[in-house]
Design a protein around this ligand. Structure first.
Ligand SMILES: [Zn+2]
Length: 102
């Protein structure tokens, strides 16, 4: 049989799949927060005022985990009244996600 040099060139793409365990956890957190926004458990409104401080052991409304003293706690006054408490990272995700949850 005729040998056809160069007909079969196998390209091995060495695509490195940069797996980051952190981004997976971030995705879980984000989808959990989105679910709460859509369910109405988290408000779809901007804070009237926010305070940043050390955690006081309160429960984060976004992820239901206690906010430890070493974490940054965001206390957020809602325009409709009421105050919610969340981790700073949860607050950042919530603030980024709720405007897209229409
Ligand atoms: Zn949280």
């Amino acid at each position: 049989m005729g040998v056809d040099p160069g007909a079969q060139v196998q390209l091995r793409s060495t695509s490195s799949t940069g797996d980051h365990a952190m981004s997976q956890r971030e995705d879980d957190l984000r989808s959990g927060i989105r679910a709460k926004i859509l369910a109405g458990d988290l408000p779809k409104q901007d804070c009237r005022m926010t305070w940043y401080g050390g955690g006081t052991g309160g429960i984060c409304v976004a992820c239901d985990q206690p906010i430890a003293a070493g974490d940054t706690e965001v206390e957020c006054d809602l325009p409709t009244g009421g105050t919610i408490r969340l981790h700073q990272r949860c607050y950042d995700i919530w603030a980024a996600e709720w405007p897209t949850c229409e």
